[in-house]
Write a protein that binds this ligand. Structure first.
Ligand code: SD4
Length: 345
């Protein structure tokens, strides 16, 4: 069944059914969640999607779905680029960035948050409990503690060992795919996109009532300068949701995404009529055209979902994949098209 048919069905239900029968229709939706879909960056998004799907399949709110999904990699000890077990900055501090946004332009974010393993949930509370959008550093930590989060040491023995290894040379080049290079030097390393080498989680969901939400969570670039903040907690850069149009998220070198207000750009292109795929391609090509030399060695990928449940993805380098979960299949991993046919590094 095409997504436009599904959308039409939703509109029909919304537009023509009286309140009493709407309640009955909701329970039907709860069983089947027609039109609901969740997509996430990278293959580790499969596990995150499954958690989000638990919410979506019951007819739940996309915002609850993306928060539940983002919490999965945040406590995955094998994941060294999100949450607990994230690789630290060059001084050994694990500092986390996250953002969340719903269909009505409500949004919250935290940046350079230390000692808290679920930054996405702190971001949601910034959105819901404060008049602000973004809290950073010590203030973000204070806020989290005031909300009942527990202060923890997030530097796992494995991450600490990797950091100590890096300190032997301490080469710091804020270039592409720090994670890729790190894994590339490690025993048993694999290329980006497989289960041993992954990146920021950006997640976009459309629920059975046609509401869009998004979440983005990361430990950012490994060995970054202390205080460095990437695109992930910047609304419009690493994440943007326009409930009337669509949603977008990004992965890769956050500095390049911030420069182009990347996720906002993707959504705005969709507003102007581009498909999600066209919008992602245009946003990537804008980076490539503005910075042709740098683009040879850096990775940026965009993932987009529109109001009709259509998905697009595009990256500069080969190797970007995304996970997709909907009423027909919950564990799909789909390779993104890319500007370059190979992967740097
Ligand atoms: C950042 N975009 O902090 C994030 C992290 C990432 O490859 O995706 N790194 O810039």
């Amino acid at each position: 069944m095409s997504s436009s048919v599904l959308t039409d069905r939703r509109s029909l239900i919304r537009g023509t059914v009286a309140a009493a029968s709407l309640a009955a229709a909701s329970s039907v939706k709860a069983a089947t969640a027609p039109g609901a879909i969740v997509v996430s960056t990278w293959d580790f998004g499969v596990a995150a999607n499954l958690a989000a799907w638990e919410v979506l399949k019951k007819g739940g709110w996309a915002l609850d779905a993306v928060e539940a999904g983002a919490r999965v990699p945040e406590v995955d000890l094998k994941n060294h680029s999100v949450g607990r077990a994230g690789y630290p900055d060059r001084d050994g501090h694990v500092s986390l960035d996250a953002s969340i946004m719903d269909e009505a332009y409500n949004c919250g974010a935290v940046a350079a948050l230390e000692h808290i393993d679920h930054p996405i949930s702190v971001a949601r509370l910034v959105m819901e409990k404060t008049p602000h959008v973004l809290l950073v550093g010590e203030g973000a930590l204070q806020f989290a503690l005031s909300q009942g989060f527990k202060k923890q040491d997030l530097l796992t023995p494995e991450s600490k060992a990797a950091w100590k290894e890096w300190l032997k040379t301490a080469q710091y080049k804020p270039v592409t795919n720090s994670e890729m290079k790190t894994y590339g030097n490690a025993p048993g390393s694999k290329l980006p996109g497989d289960s041993h080498n992954h990146d920021t989680l950006g997640m976009l969901a459309l629920d059975a009532q046609g509401r869009l939400s998004g979440a983005c969570t990361t430990s950012g670039m490994a060995w970054k300068l202390r205080g460095r903040v990437g695109d992930s907690p910047i609304i419009g850069a690493g994440l943007y949701v326009d409930g009337e149009v669509g949603a977008a998220t990004s992965t890769g070198v956050g500095e390049e995404v911030i420069r182009t207000a990347g996720s906002f750009l993707v959504v705005e292109l969709m507003r102007q009529g581009r498909t999600p795929q066209q919008a992602c391609e245009e946003a990537v090509m804008r980076i490539v055209h503005r910075r042709p030399e740098a683009s040879k060695t850096l990775q940026v990928g965009f993932l987009a979902l529109n109001k009709n449940g259509e998905v697009g993805a595009y990256a500069i380098q080969h190797g970007f994949v995304y996970a997709r979960c909907d009423g027909t299949r919950t564990d799909a991993v789909i390779p993104s098209a890319s500007f370059l046919s190979t992967s740097y590094g």
